[in-house]
Ligand binder design. Structure first.
Ligand code: CP3
Length: 342
């Protein structure tokens, strides 16, 4: 049996103390991250430098002893590897030169070419797999095709993903071609991460809540199933975590798909509903409001305890419902861990 608690839960066990990690656990709320980022230059310089990326991945493990480490990278490295210009505007977020029609989509690089850009990421995974403590699980990740496409089409983050939704309805052929390209690139990207030592992969569909009608199945569920199924075919037993954020009842469809081992829950998923409707089928992860990491206090303690009380009797991985924000206080993380670990 594995000594890694995360792998045990993903294999179906219920543990007395659930494994815990935090989305965006390497990041600006940590002074040691901010210090290293200043030396590195920009965020992308951190991502593509295996020395730096390994170090920032390890920082939260050293400080908090989380049960899992997540590769330090970004979901937008795939568009960059497909030939798009990518940069981060300080204080604002990602910018890309958008693709908005079939011609521009056809001009992106073929999937075989992504590795020349992404090789440093695989090197980071390789280093992490030998440097992590034996009880810590290494998670690789990618953005889900729909979420990545929203950034490729808009050229930036958007509140309602309108540019991608517009292209999806006006030119479904071009949009499907884009989703297929990202899907295939994601399979190859994650396969290389697994070969380099990632023990679990997680697919972030941060904007799946914006997909309506038949489009949720077509552009969120189907590509996620294709990616998970193909990875499990190549790497039998590989655990896959889905994160169809904001999709509500869509979580049931993900749980029923049969190719995911856990679902990361956003803060809108009621714990009792998850206990009754998801946990009998699949492990669940989440979903404390990241704001508790800013505010702390008694509410942090009672809401953490509430999640443990409701979900701790089944397959459960403790996490936040979304990434910790730069305003998060490391002391509040320690407080949360004391409640979970006693
Ligand atoms: O969780 C981790 O610690 C692993 C690393 C990780 C990052 N981004 C590092 C990062 C992961 C898993 C991601 C995923 C990601 N990136 C998502 C999906 C998850 C989610 O949060 O919904 C999305 C939508 C992105 C795209 C992205 N990257 C945006 C919109 C931004 C700007 C917003 C922000 O927080 O600044 C980023 C930048 C980014 N990605 C940072 C980090 C640590 C901040 C970089 C910095 O300025 O130092």
């Amino acid at each position: 049996m594995s000594e890694k608690s995360l792998l045990r839960v993903l294999a179906g066990e219920t543990l007395e103390t659930p494994p815990v990690w935090v989305m965006r656990q390497a990041g600006r709320y940590l002074p040691e991250y901010r210090a290293l980022r200043e030396t590195a230059g920009g965020f992308l310089d951190l991502c593509y430098n295996p020395d730096f990326a390994t170090e920032v991945t390890l920082q939260p493990i050293r400080r908090f002893g989380f049960d899992a480490a997540i590769l330090f990278a970004d979901i937008l490295l795939i568009p960059q590897a497909l030939g798009m210009k990518l940069w981060f505007e300080t204080g604002e977020g990602p910018r890309l030169e958008p693709v908005s029609n079939m011609g521009e989509i056809n001009n992106l690089k073929p999937v075989e070419d992504i590795h020349e850009t992404l090789n440093p990421i695989y090197e980071t995974v390789l280093r992490l797999s030998s440097e992590l403590p034996p009880e810590t699980t290494l998670i690789g990740f990618a953005g889900a095709p729909w979420t990545v496409a929203t950034y490729m089409v808009a050229g930036r983050g958007t509140p309602d993903q309108a540019p991608a939704r517009k292209l999806m309805f006006e030119d479904p052929k071009a949009f499907s071609a884009l989703i297929d390209l990202i899907t295939d690139a994601t399979i190859e990207y994650l396969a290389r991460q697994v070969q380099a030592g990632a023990e679990v992969v997680k697919l972030f569909d941060s904007w799946s809540g914006a997909l309506s009608g038949s489009c949720f199945e077509k552009y969120a569920l189907k590509p996620a199933i294709k990616i998970a199924t193909e990875l499990k075919r190549r790497f039998p037993g590989l655990p896959v975590i889905g994160f169809p954020r904001g999709s509500g009842g869509g979580y049931i469809q993900f749980a029923d798909a049969g190719c995911f081992d856990a679902l990361a829950m956003d803060t809108s998923i009621p714990a009792i509903w998850a206990r009754d409707n998801l946990q009998p089928k699949i492990a669940v992860q989440g979903n404390l409001d990241p704001m508790h990491m800013v505010t702390g206090g008694d509410m942090l303690v009672s809401e953490t305890q509430r999640l443990l009380d409701i979900l701790g009797g089944g397959r459960y991985i403790f996490n936040l419902g979304h990434g910790i924000t730069p305003q998060g206080d490391p002391k509040n993380l320690e407080k949360m861990l004391r409640v979970i670990r006693g």
